[in-house]
Each structure stands twice: as structure tokens, then as C-alpha cells.
Design a protein around this ligand. Structure first.
Ligand SMILES: *Cc1c(COP(=O)(O)O)cnc(C)c1O
Length: 364
């Protein structure tokens, strides 16, 4: 098989061990004579897979007992509507921090349900930094505060967790963690709700994980469809309808892999080393440039430009010949983007940096 390193922003690289195990179990899962794809979601085989996936997630992320874990379909994008539908709880407004393209999408959707108060924004500087919380202007009557810990497109990451109590504000903190979920330890008790599409860091597309504090459930805006009410899924262990069974199974394998790797603290150590390798190189050359402020650089998605955009196509072509694929930046920002999620081995980043050095040397 051809060996490549896949830097896609999502759907993204999965651990090779996980894919190999899925292959081995594809047509006969644990002697059941069935593929996981063919199982009833209410049968004991799949129920055991779902229970193990949730238990491993709870263990790895340290999820307290008063939080529900939901396995939903519809992607993180459905959450842009489900969050206000479920969490407004009779209030008229919600706070949003605007740090990039995904924040903007969440804001646009929330405006259909409430008055959106932008408590802080980095749009003034083309979303190249995170506004520190001492400049946030929070609507204290609002239902919650929503932010995007890692902006997948801009490569901007909160390397800290907002501390609303410190600001004297009491409201649930809501996070779209799609592209940084399980990349570092996390203190779930600081959040009212966390959601993450699986296809960046914990599995294939088709699954969205929601972690929500129990006391926030049960009040939805009038007209909320049954399927968009978190309580429907919480009361039925995510089996009200057919959940995305195969993505849940693969997610379970990824979580087992994470446990074997040493959990989130060890994953963070590896992710810091990978990101440093790439950013240290970017800072040392004039040939490449990373637009993001140093303190707010993403460990997961590293955007960079070449000093001459006329070389972009040649860069991508030669990278591909070396087995380094999906490095093209998002159409909205251009340039390059290397996504280096949990499943990207350190070796992949080393090979990328070596290639970039050589390309700079031969095209300077
Ligand atoms: C990818 C992504 C989304 C959208 O996820 P879908 O599953 O495609 O709906 C939302 N937010 C962030 C931060 C993302 O990276």
C-alpha cells in the first residue's frame, strides 16, 4: 500500500491501527457473524459497543456523572441551531465570541432564535488572535456564552478555558470543540455543554458528540422538533431513533487507541511537540509565513503562506509526489494548512518540515 501523510482538516486521518482493526472485524464482529453495520442498534452486541464507547469517553475526558453524553447525527452544524433551541430556557439573548469562520456560522444560526450579543470579536484583525477575557463585554442577562476553542479554518486556538466565575458572570459556557476535542485534557465541569463533530479528531463523519449538564435539559423554544430536543436523546440513551452506529463503533476504537497511547495528558504532550516542530520552523524562515499571533496558534490546524503565491501550485504538486497530501488551505483564506490532529504521527510532521526546507532552498 502506498504510504502517505494526510493533512486534511476533516474528514481527517485516523490511526492506522484503528483502520486495521476495523478491517479485521469488518464482516464478522467478535464471532457474531455480522458486520457492525448490519446490527440492530437495540441488540446486545451493539448495545455493548455503545456502552463501551461512552464509558471510555467518560473515563478519558473525566466527565462528571451529572453530564449526559449524546451520540447524534447531523454534524456539528446542526448544533448551531440546537444550542439556542435547548439552552435559551426562556431567555431572549445569548453571548457569542467571534473568532472566525465557525464562530460566524454559529452566530448566524443563533440569530434565528434570539438576540445575539457579540461579547468579543477578532474580526478587526482578520481573526488572527483570541480576544483576552478581560476585554469581553458580556450580556449578563443572556442565557449562555458560546465560543469556538479551535477555529479550524483560521488556525486560532484558545490555549486557556474562559473563566466566567472570575468575571463574576454566572451562565453556562458552551463550546464547539469539533477540531480540538480530546487533543488535550479538559475540565468538563467548567462547561454547560460541549459538542464536537467526530470527523476531525475522534472518528468518521456522521457522528456528533454532545456533552451536556443535566439541569440544562427540558426547556426548548416553542416548535422545537422532537429530534432537536436534547432531552429526547438523553432519556433514550441516544437510541430514540437509529444512531450513527458504524461511526460510533469506529469512535470507540479511536478511544481505545487513545487509552493505549496514555490518555489526554500524553496526547497533549505529543501534540505540543508536533506543533512546536512546525511553528519553530515557520518562524525561522522568510520563505513561509504564519499569520496567527504566537500565543493563539492552533496545535491542530497550522495555516501558512508562501512568500510568492505563484509557487502554491508547485508546492502542492511536489508535496503530493512526496506523499504529503491535502495541504491546500481553505478557499476563504488561501495558502496552505497542515492539520495535525491526534492521529498524525510525529514522523509525518518531521517529513513535512524536511520537505518545506528543501522546497524553500530550491525556490528561494
Ligand atoms: C468541521 C467543523 C464544524 C462543522 O462540522 P460538520 O460536522 O461538518 O457540521 C463546526 N465547527 C468546527 C469548529 C469545525 O471544525
Amino acid at each position: 500500500m502506498k504510504h502517505i501523510y494526510n493533512f486534511s482538516a476533516g474528514p481527517a486521518v485516523l490511526p492506522a491501527e484503528v483502520l486495521q482493526q476495523a478491517r479485521d472485524e469488518m464482516v464478522d464482529w467478535h464471532g457474531s457473524g455480522m458486520s457492525v453495520m448490519e446490527m440492530s442498534h437495540r441488540g446486545k452486541e451493539f448495545m455493548s459497543i455503545a456502552a463501551k464507547t461512552e464509558a471510555d469517553l467518560r473515563e478519558l475526558a473525566g466527565i462528571p456523572d451529572n453530564y449526559k453524553v449524546l451520540f447524534l447525527s447531523g454534524g456539528a452544524s446542526s448544533q448551531f441551531a440546537m444550542v439556542p433551541m435547548n439552552l435559551l430556557r426562556g431567555k431572549k439573548s445569548a453571548n457569542y465570541i467571534n473568532t472566525g469562520e465557525w464562530s460566524k456560522k454559529a452566530i448566524k444560526e443563533a440569530k434565528r432564535y434570539c438576540a445575539v450579543h457579540i461579547a468579543a470579536s477578532s474580526e478587526d484583525a482578520n481573526f488572527t488572535y483570541v480576544p483576552p477575557q478581560n476585554v469581553w463585554n458580556i450580556d449578563r442577562e443572556a442565557a449562555y456564552l458560546h465560543y469556538t476553542p479551535n477555529e479550524t479554518i483560521g488556525g486560532v486556538e484558545f490555549n486557556w478555558t474562559p473563566d466566567l466565575a472570575h468575571l463574576g458572570v454566572e451562565m453556562p459556557l458552551v463550546a464547539d470543540m469539533s477540531s480540538s476535542f480530546m487533543s488535550r485534557p479538559l475540565d468538563v465541569a467548567r462547561f454547560g455543554m460541549i459538542y464536537a463533530g467526530a470527523q476531525k479528531n475522534v472518528g468518521p463523519a456522521g457522528l456528533c458528540i454532545v456533552i451536556v449538564r443535566e439541569d440544562l435539559l427540558g426547556t426548548t423554544v416553542p416548535g422545537t422538533p422532537t429530534m432537536f430536543d436534547y432531552k429526547t436523546h438523553a432519556d433514550n440513551d441516544s437510541m430514540y431513533n437509529t444512531p450513527p452506529t458504524y461511526p460510533m463503533y469506529i469512535c470507540g476504537l479511536v478511544l481505545e487507541w487513545l487509552k493505549k497511547k496514555g490518555g489526554l495528558a500524553e496526547m497533549e504532550r505529543i501534540n505540543i511537540a508536533k506543533a512546536n516542530l512546525l511553528y519553530d520552523f515557520l518562524d525561522k524562515t522568510d520563505f513561509y509565513h504564519c499569520p496567527v499571533g504566537k500565543a493563539d496558534r492552533s496545535r491542530m490546524n497550522v495555516p501558512f503562506t508562501l512568500k510568492d503565491t505563484g509557487l502554491d501550485e508547485e508546492f502542492l504538486k511536489q508535496a503530493k509526489e512526496q506523499g504529503l497530501v491535502q495541504l491546500k488551505g481553505h478557499r476563504s483564506v488561501g495558502g496552505m494548512r497542515a492539520s495535525i490532529y491526534n492521529a498524525m504521527p510525529p514522523e509525518g510532521v518531521k517529513v513535512l518540515v524536511e520537505f518545506m526546507k528543501e522546497f524553500a532552498r530550491t525556490h528561494a
